[in-house]
Design a binder for this molecule. Structure first.
Ligand SMILES: Nc1ncnc2c1ncn2[C@@H]1O[C@H](COP(=O)(O)OP(=O)(O)OP(=O)(O)O)[C@@H](O)[C@H]1O
Length: 780
């Protein structure tokens, strides 16, 4: 057998290992073996340091190995990948070869298995597995290999091969052929190793735990110190903080009982560690108490002349309202402690309710705050949550006071008509208490828990509509209605106020941009349809931004915007007059509606289809409006002969009344006259004058009864370009409210009975039936 000597390595049977061959003799031996495809004998030197070993320098027992591969690595070193096969013993070394060659005896692995061997085998396997578990870096395959091995001797070989022991010890195991003895030997070695492994694992765990624990603590302490430093806390920090609080309490000007309460809370804070969750809560509470404006600032008397000037400077027109505000201010001036009424501005959006409130504050030289009540369903939103709730805060009245920073501010309660009652108490009841001069000097917010005096606050409410303001609240307030503006008023407001304001807002200087009156009128008529001026202001803003771009680009020194330029800036006209078009067929009447956002026109359309005399109503009509349609039909039937209608026509067709315009709420009796006129027009084939709009309730006997919202409706009619309005005669008392300019634009027809409407608005019959009604006429 060709012998490959190795310095300090033992190959065991069953193992595949690379053996490095460096010495020339070994290389020659390896190459010879590979060439002849012979196994080699891997044999350890007794002394690793001998470079050119002879037979005498070698151990007597080694492992026969098949050469799996011969590799020359890129660095020039040579390796034999050997698979150990079985033990051999050297009988004698042969001479005459350029490398070591020996006559050997192969030693087969003993196969006897006694219970004793079995017991040792199992024990060794347990040890080996335990050792592997303690060596986290050991390969997983080794564990599987040890679990799968059947031969006790092979197990001992495998275990020792991978064990971290001296090569000589391994050689000893190789030389132990007896299986029991071999297992025993390996088992003892392994026991020792295990002891060490267990100990080192234990130490590792302890040191790691100790390290983790310490590191954590050090880290936390460092962070805490840093945070406390930031907050100026720490024991000294806390003392300083409490002293500061005490000083602030003394200076806040609280009433006696409030101050007592604050000091009590301060003492609690002193006893509490800062880390306690409640500390922060008490602290926040104290901050609220301290920051509320308990002191009453010195009040400058109201200068009525100046107030008038401020109101005029901020608002165009609104004469009646300004006069009422001046009266209000005068009363307050004469009796500052008196129980002044609470003003409530009611009107559509953008008519200046908020800005009037701001002007009042300016005229009185007071701070102005807004509190929004829209969508408030919970009493606690007004009166606060008790401090026992996590994250509780005062209600929005007290929050408003803190925002104003003074107790005599002007507080605008926005959208008081949108206060809703929910499951958690009635917010309007809390609001009543806020507004009641008898009670509001000791208003108690749930969070504060101490009374706060609201009696010096000037409350002003705003609402879009009256109906939904809870009755008791409405009784407390003085209602001031702002109906909306006429076109001329809008033009004045735009040219005197809005353009200037938008110029400032967009950085345009005086004289740089001019918007002509014609352009403004065009915006009012065809780009907005509203009672107020909110959208008008927005559109003016767009025009000015467009001009600002041109100025900034340097393409123009100053810009003039005229009628013809608008389409390019604002796009196509958004609103066209549709009345003429719609009323060109019989059966369509122009009605007037009142909505929370101002008046509007709406069309009542009637048509006939083949049927048996039914009345069909569509367009989401409310019950009252449906009834008024029924009544209108009865009146028309009743007067059929007088009106020149063949009564048979009612029997042979169904009449369909439709009221389009989804955005307008359609209920109430005030469309009665329009319903009647639409039906009369349909049945007589006579169209209604396209320049006429109408409103009024009807009785079955044909009387026209008065309705509400006359002012808004008439303004809307004028805005839509109509020339005549037909109104109930009993609404004449509302005539004075209608702006002069609108009165000029319109012709008024006052109705006592429905016949007067027919006489005033029905066009004479045209012989050829109008196209829209053609099929129905044919049917009839
Ligand atoms: N008569 C007026 N003169 C000058 N500017 C006016 C006039 N009326 C309204 N404005 C201006 O129109 C804009 C909209 O008004 P404001 O915000 O007060 O409306 P509002 O009635 O409070 O609406 P909302 O109910 O939506 O709050 C404001 O810039 C306001 O100054």
């Amino acid at each position: 057998m060709i012998i490959v000597p190795v310095r300090s390595f033992v190959l065991f049977p069953g193992m595949v290992m690379p053996v490095t061959v460096g010495r020339s003799k070994s290389i020659a031996a390896a190459q010879q073996a590979v060439r002849e495809q012979r196994p080699v004998g891997i044999l350890k030197q007794r002394d690793a340091d001998v470079n050119d070993p002879t037979g005498l320098d070698m151990h007597r027992m080694g492992t026969v190995a098949n050469v799996v591969r011969y590799i020359t690595a890129p660095d020039g070193s040579n390796h034999l990948v050997c698979q150990g096969e079985q033990r051999f013993q050297v009988l004698e070394f042969l001479t005459g070869w350029p490398f070591l060659v020996a006559r050997v005896l192969r030693i087969p692995e003993p196969t006897t298995r006694t219970p004793e061997i079995e017991a040792h085998f199992l024990h060794l396997r347990g040890q080996a597995l335990e050792a592997l578990e303690l060596m986290p870096q050991a390969p997983q395959e080794l564990t599987s290999a040890i679990q799968g091995i059947e031969q006790p001797g092979a197990l001992a070989d495998l275990a020792v091969a991978y064990m971290d022991v001296k090569p000589d010890e391994k050689q000893e195991v190789l030389e132990t052929i007896d299986v029991t003895a071999r297992i025993d030997k390996v088992s003892r070695m392994l026991a020792q190793r295990l002891e060490v492994l267990r100990l080192s694992a234990e130490i590792g765990k302890q040191t790691k735990a100790a390290l983790d624990e310490r590191q954590r603590e050090v880290l936390l302490r460092e962070q805490m110190a840093a945070i406390q430093k930031q907050l100026g806390e720490g024991e000294e920090g806390k003392a300083a903080e409490l002293a500061e609080l005490e000083k602030k309490i003394a200076e806040a000007g609280m009433p006696k009982d409030v101050e007592d309460q604050a000091r009590k809370e301060l003492r609690r804070l002193q006893r509490m560690p800062e880390s306690q969750g409640e500390y922060g809560m008490v602290r926040t509470y104290l901050d609220w108490l301290i920051e509320l404006p308990w002191k009453l600032p010195e009040e400058t008397p109201i200068d009525i002349k100046e107030a008038r000037r401020v109101l005029d400077a901020d608002h165009y027109g609104l004469e009646k309202i300004k006069t009422r505000i001046i009266e209000f201010l005068a009363v307050r001036k004469l009796a500052p402690q008196g129980k002044a009424p609470i003003l409530c501005f009611v009107g559509p959006p953008g008519v200046g309710k908020t800005s009037l409130g701001q002007s009042i504050a300016r005229a009185m030289n007071r701070k102005f705050v807004r509190v929004s009540l829209g969508g408030v369903h919970d009493e606690a939103e007004i009166r606060g949550h008790r401090r026992t709730y996590i994250g509780s805060l005062p209600g929005n009245i007290i929050q408003g006071i803190r925002k104003a920073g003074t107790r005599n501010c002007v507080m605008m309660l926005d959208e008081i008509d949108k206060l809703g009652a929910g499951v958690h108490g009635d917010p309007s009841a809390a609001m009543l208490e806020v507004l009641d001069p008898e009670q509001n000097n000791t208003f108690r917010d749930n969070y504060l828990g101490v009374p706060f005096d609201l009696s010096r606050v000037v409350f002003i409410a705003t609402a879009n509509m009256l109906d939904t303001i809870p009755g008791p609240l409405r009784d407390r307030m003085e209602i001031i209605s702002l109906a909306g503006y006429t076109d001329t008023e809008k033009l004045q407001i735009a040219s005197r106020y809005l353009v200037k304001r938008q110029m400032d807002a967009n950085g345009v200087k005086d004289g740089q941009v001019e918007i002509t009156d014609a352009a403004l009128r065009e915006i009012i008529h065809h780009y907005t349809r509203e009672a107020g001026v909110r959208n008008l202001e927005r559109e003016i803003g767009k025009v000015l931004r467009n001009a600002a771009v041109r100025l900034a680009e340097g393409s123009a020194e100053n810009v003039r915007v005229d009628l013809g330029d608008l389409a390019a800036i604002l796009g196509q006209r958004r609103f066209e007059s549709e009345v003429a078009m719609r009323t060109s067929v019989p059966g369509v009447a122009t009605g007037l509606a009142w909505t929370p956002v101002g008046g509007d026109i709406l069309f009542i359309e009637a048509t006939r289809v083949h049927g048996g005399g039914r009345l069909i109503l569509t367009g989401q009509l409310g019950d009252v409006m449906k009834e008024s349609a029924q009544a209108a039909l009865s009146i028309v039937k009743n007067r059929a002969v007088l009106l020149g209608i063949d009564p048979d026509r009612f029997e042979k067709s169904d009449i369909h009344v439709h009221v389009p315009a989804g955005a307008i709420p359609k209920d109430g009796p005030s469309a009665g006259v329009a319903m009647f006129m639409a039906l009369t027009s349909l049945m007589t084939d006579r169209t209604i004058r396209s320049d006429t709009a109408m409103t009024g309730e009807i009785s079955l006997r044909g009387l026209v009864l008065p309705v509400g919202g006359i002012k808004e409706k008439v303004i809307a009619a004028a805005a839509a370009g109509l020339k005549r309005v037909m109104l109930p005669a009993r609404n004449k008392r509302d005539y004075d409210d209608i702006p002069e300019e609108v009165r000029q634009q319109l012709e008024f027809v006052w109705l006592e009975r429905v016949e007067e409407a027919v006489a005033a608005a029905l066009e004479p019959r045209v012989d050829a039936p109008a196209s829209g009604d053609a099929p129905a006429t044919a049917l009839a």
